[in-house]
Design a protein around this ligand. Structure first.
Ligand SMILES: [Fe+2]
Ligand SMILES: [Fe+2]
Length: 169
């Protein structure tokens, strides 16, 4: 689809990467062999691609930023630590608090992060953007559990976060 060329995806990624906590997500495995950074980039990419394909009128920047931050919990949930026991239920709130500590978030971005675990967490997504991320997150998670590789566009976006000059002003 060639969406990696889209300025808005690159801009959001570049902006968030200014803070190294964002790229720290690569330290933590999400599913299979996929780390949290790659997972979040994939969710943002496919949410944006689906919105474009379906001609959905929505806030693209908030969709992408919310998707990129939806799993910003910054710990290894596979770690058998008692504090991670309820990870599935608690990590949206943790990601939300971590993100809010660094960035200003609008209502759509907040809703995306806090509601992405619906229906496990029974908080109904309020915006089109949050419904989309909630669905795409589940599809991406399934692909990762099945060890399906991500497309070239997602890998290129991830590659950019690995380049040092991309991560400083
Ligand atoms: Fe999550
Ligand atoms: Fe996720």
């Amino acid at each position: 689809m060639g969406n990696y060329k889209s300025r808005i995806l690159m801009d959001c990624l570049e902006n968030l990467s200014q803070n190294e906590s964002f790229t720290d997500m690569q330290e933590y495995i999400q599913h299979g062999r996929t780390n949290c950074l790659l997972h979040s980039i994939a969710v943002a990419y496919f949410s944006y691609s689906a919105a474009t394909f379906l001609h959905l009128k929505l806030n693209q920047k908030s969709l992408i930023r919310g998707a990129l931050l939806h799993d910003f919990f910054l710990y290894d949930w596979h770690d058998p630590d008692a504090t991670h026991k309820l990870h599935g239920f608690t990590h949206p709130k943790t990601a939300f608090e971590n993100a809010l500590h660094i960035w200003e978030l609008n209502d759509i971005e907040k809703d995306i992060i806090l509601k992405h675990m619906f229906p496990l967490v029974p908080a109904l997504p309020r915006y089109k953007e949050s419904i989309l991320v909630c669905v795409i997150d589940k599809i991406c998670s399934m692909a990762e559990i099945l060890f399906l590789p991500y497309c070239k566009e997602v890998r290129i976006l991830y590659f950019f976060t690995q380049i040092k000059y991309f991560n400083c002003d």
